[in-house]
Write a protein that binds this ligand. Structure first.
Ligand code: MN
Length: 254
């Protein structure tokens, strides 16, 4: 009887060891997300972002607002990829302009935090998903500029912002094209600013009918001016953007 128990134990041991190892290997990719700030100073982020990461198989970790470069570097080092999220306008001083008019609403604390995270994320080489303000952030960090106020700076523009819906033309061969297999898509629009001078080295992959940049990419960055996380709440097709991003992450590479 004792021998049978012993044999059973020996027989089960590799199974236990194997399952233990498999759990460790099946570690989900961890995604750090920048956050916004409320007027009272709270760190905030819409749950649509973290829900989309979870549904796409990633483990979201919301980064707080930070003010130190070392904090940015250590936060980025703790995750496998970074999502730069939406928010208010940028201070145009960042790209060498003065504030154009009273429609430009800035938050210097958020600007500083985002710039530190963006540079740390770029330096890490880890994949970056940049949404709305996050995409604008990538453009200015890589050397481009923004329209401060689209309605006054872009002639004959269509309505961007406020939850408007508009078409975009998608560049064949781009990642966005491969994800949907379509050269035009209907997207939401919650932005007041947009890419003016594209940064050197970015590939513009989608434009609105008025010419405004709606998506761009580099080998490291996938940027949209629209909000796929919000569209994914009603249409699971938009989870493709997040599954693609999660699929590029390399858990364990720190
Ligand atoms: Mn738009």
């Amino acid at each position: 009887m004792r021998r049978i128990r012993l044999i059973l134990l020996i027989a089960l041991l590799p199974l236990v060891a194997c399952c233990g190892r498999r759990d460790a290997d099946a570690q989900r990719p961890m995604v750090g997300l920048s956050c916004g700030r409320s007027e009272s100073g709270a760190n905030t982020l819409g749950a649509a972002y973290t829900d989309a990461i979870l549904r796409a198989g990633g483990l979201p970790l919301v980064f707080p607002t930070i003010a130190d470069e070392s904090d940015a570097r250590e936060l980025v080092a703790s995750v496998d990829g970074v999502v730069l999220t939406g928010g208010p306008d940028f201070d145009p001083a960042i790209y060498g302009e003065e504030i154009l008019n009273e429609t430009v609403e800035i938050d210097p604390v958020r600007d500083r935090s985002d710039l530190l995270l963006a540079r740390a994320a770029l330096d890490s080489g880890k994949p970056i998903l940049a949404i709305c303000r996050g995409g604008q952030l990538m453009n200015i960090v890589l050397g481009g500029t923004l329209y401060q106020d689209i309605p006054t700076q872009v002639p004959d523009t269509l309505r961007h912002g406020g939850g408007a819906i508009h078409m975009i033309g998608v560049e064949p061969g781009s990642t966005l094209y491969r994800l949907f297999g379509k050269d035009s898509l209907e997207v939401n629009s919650y932005h007041h600013q947009g890419v003016k001078d594209p940064a050197p080295g970015i590939r513009i992959t989608a434009r609105a009918p008025d010419g405004l940049v709606e998506a761009f990419e580099t080998d490291q960055v996938f940027a949209t001016q629209f909000h796929p996380e919000r569209m994914a709440q009603a249409d699971t097709a938009w989870l493709r953007v997040f599954r693609h991003f999660i699929g590029r992450l390399e858990p364990g590479r720190k």
